[in-house]
Ligand binder design. Structure first.
Ligand code: HEM
Length: 323
C-alpha cells in the first residue's frame, strides 16, 4: 500500500496530471518498480561483461517498460514544428521559445506568400479567360492523379508561374546586410552594415530572358509540344509566347527570383506549389470566376510589396449555375 501511495503522490510531479490519471500507465509505473528490483538483483549475480546484454534483453521483455516508454515517448509528427526541431543546430539545439518564433516567422511568410500569389492567379484566370478551358480540361483529366502524387498539372503549373512572374509579391529579394566589408564579383563594394538585394521584378521582366516580357503568356513555361497540342483550342494564337526551355513552378535560376536565390532559396516551394494547385484546381473544377470590375485597379504597391486590393472582388459562380 505504501508503495502505491508514494507512486500516486509522486506521479503528478513526475508525469503530469493526464498520465497520473491514466490507469494503464499507472499500473505499469507501479509494476516498473517491482520488475526493476527483481531484474537488478538477477543482473548483479551475472559476470560484468554479460550485464548490458542480459539487462537489455530483460528490459525489452518487461511489459511495464513498453507501456511507459510508449506513453512518454514524444511522438514524431509529420509537421513544420518537427521539421524545425530536426533542422535546429545539433550542437546547440533551439529552445522551445526559439522554435515557436521560427514557426511563426514561417507561418507568416508562407500564408502571406501563398495567399497573395493565389489571389493574383485568380485575377489572371478572370483577365485571361482563354486559359480556363485548357486548364479545366487538364484538371478534369489529371486532378485525381495529382491528388495521389502531388505532381502533374503542367499547364496549371506554368500558369501560376507566369502569374507570379508578372505580379511577384516582392519586387526585391535576397536582401542581405554586409556583416563585414564585401565585394561582388563585378567589383561592387559594400561596407559593413550596407544592404543589398536583387531587383526581382526587373529581372523577371527582362526581355533578354522573356520573349514579350510584359505580356501574360500563361503557358510559356510548359513543354512546347504540350502547348502545341492545344492549338486547336485557340483561335487567336493566345498560347504562342514560349520560353526557350520548359521550367517547373518550383524551378529557380538567375532569371526567376520568386523563390529567392542561392543557399536560402525557399524550401517550402514544393509544398506551396501543391497547395496553390489544390486551391486553383478546385476553383477550375467547380466554379466560373469573374472580376466584378475588370477595368478597376486590382493591386496596390506598398514599398517593395505588391498586394491585391481588397476592393478587387471576384464572383465565383458554381459551374452548375452558369447561365
Ligand atoms: C508562394 C509562396 C511563397 C513564396 C513566394 C516564398 C518565397 C520565399 C523567398 C523569396 C525566400 C527567400 C528569402 C531570402 O532569401 O531572404 C523564402 C525563404 C523561405 N521560405 Fe518561402 N515562400 C513561399 C512559401 C513558403 C512556405 C509554404 C513555406 C513553409 C511551409 C516557406 C518556408 C520558407 C523558409 C523556411 C525560408 C527560409 C529559408 C532559409 O532561411 O534558408 N515558404 N521563401
Amino acid at each position: 500500500m505504501t508503495i502505491k501511495l508514494v507512486v500516486l503522490s509522486n506521479a503528478i510531479s513526475f508525469f503530469g496530471k493526464n498520465l497520473a490519471k491514466d490507469e494503464q500507465f499507472m499500473t505499469s509505473a507501479l509494476a516498473y518498480i517491482q520488475e526493476t528490483l527483481i531484474c537488478a538483483e538477477f543482473i548483479r549475480l551475472l559476470p560484468k561483461f554479460m550485464t548490458p546484454i542480459v539487462g537489455g534483453i530483460i528490459a525489452r521483455t518487461l511489459k511495464s517498460h513498453a507501456v511507459i516508454f510508449n506513453c512518454l515517448k514524444v511522438p514524431k509528427h509529420a509537421d513544420c514544428i518537427q521539421w524545425i526541431m530536426e533542422t535546429s543546430p545539433k550542437n546547440a539545439p533551439w529552445t522551445p521559445q526559439r522554435i515557436v518564433h521560427e514557426l511563426m516567422a514561417i507561418w507568416f511568410g508562407s500564408v502571406h506568400g501563398m495567399s497573395t500569389t493565389v489571389a493574383f492567379a485568380i485575377h489572371d484566370l478572370c483577365l485571361h479567360p482563354e486559359y480556363v478551358g485548357p486548364l479545366r480540361n487538364e484538371c478534369e483529366a489529371q486532378y485525381a492523379a495529382f491528388e495521389q502524387t502531388g505532381t502533374g498539372l503542367p499547364l496549371l503549373d506554368s500558369f501560376i508561374k507566369e502569374s507570379a512572374r508578372l505580379t511577384p509579391v516582392e519586387s526585391q529579394g535576397t536582401r542581405r546586410a554586409a556583416l563585414q566589408p564585401f565585394a561582388l564579383a563585378d567589383g561592387t563594394h559594400f561596407a559593413t552594415g550596407d544592404w543589398f538585394c536583387t531587383p526581382v521584378r526587373a529581372i523577371m521582366t527582362n526581355p533578354v530572358d522573356f520573349p514579350s516580357a510584359l505580356t501574360f503568356s500563361g503557358f510559356r513555361f510548359a513543354d512546347p509540344e504540350l502547348v502545341k497540342s492545344l492549338e486547336k483550342d485557340t483561335t487567336n494564337g493566345a498560347f504562342k509566347e514560349m520560353q526557350k526551355k520548359a521550367m517547373k513552378l518550383t524551378d529557380c535560376d538567375m532569371t526567376y527570383h520568386v523563390w529567392g536565390t542561392g543557399r536560402m532559396t525557399c524550401p517550402g516551394r514544393f509544398y506551396a506549389a501543391v497547395v496553390m494547385k489544390v486551391i486553383l484546381g478546385q476553383i477550375l473544377l467547380n466554379y466560373e470566376c469573374e472580376l466584378v470590375d475588370p477595368a478597376a485597379k486590382r493591386l496596390f504597391t506598398w514599398r517593395s510589396t505588391t498586394l491585391p486590393k481588397p476592393s478587387a472582388k471576384v464572383v465565383f459562380t458554381p459551374l452548375g449555375e452558369v447561365a
